[in-house]
Ligand binder design. Structure first.
Ligand SMILES: Cc1ncc(COP(=O)(O)O)c(C=O)c1O
Length: 171
């Protein structure tokens, strides 16, 4: 089956808008994704039939909301081939998710470790690591910002990475 962008666009009601006299084109998906009808319908259905406290209520609707919430976790685990449902941890966005990881590994840091971030990273993958360095070492001396080198087809040239040992690489 060939890819038909028109059919795909039709699934997103917001893409029927025009912007500056052109069909709307939207590329800022890392910040906020637009929602297709199936997602909008599922959200509407949830609020019309199931909305209640998840994991914090002992009544009919709370049970229903909790089941749907956990079903979504299972569906996603299968979709990305996760080992178990418990490997899926919801977060509000990239910054929050990376902060969870940064706080999670804080206890494993030791003297001599360093944090290396490439200059390709978005703010969401920069600030949590700078803050971890400040919390752990009191400053960002052990935090290195690597001005990424790439070759012509845009492969990262990892050998130019200013790390003492590539074995130390955690993130
Ligand atoms: C490349 C990229 N990554 C991540 C994010 C968003 O991070 P968060 O989900 O924390 O808002 C953005 C938002 O603008 C982005 O453009």
């Amino acid at each position: 089956m060939s890819f038909d962008p028109t059919l795909l666009r039709q699934q997103f009601p917001i893409l029927s808008l025009t912007a500056n006299s052109h069909d709307l084109v939207y590329l800022d998906n890392a910040a906020t994704t637009q929602k297709p009808y199936c997602v909008l319908n599922a959200i509407m259905d949830y609020y019309q039939t199931s909305n209640a406290n998840v994991h914090r209520g002992a009544h009919f609707l709370s049970d229903k909301a909790t089941n749907r919430f956990e079903q979504a976790r299972s569906n996603l685990a299968r979709f990305i081939n996760a080992l178990t449902d418990s490997h899926i941890i919801w977060s509000k966005g990239a910054t929050e998710a990376i902060n969870i990881v940064a706080y999670g590994i804080e206890g494993q840091l030791k003297a001599g470790d360093e944090i290396l971030i490439s200059s390709l990273e978005h703010h969401a993958n920069l600030v949590p690591w700078q803050q971890l360095a400040r919390r752990y070492w009191g400053d960002i001396t052990n935090f290195t910002f690597w001005p990424v080198h790439v070759d012509r087809p845009l492969n990262l040239l990892l050998d130019s990475m200013p790390l003492k040992s590539h074995d130390q690489m955690a993130s």
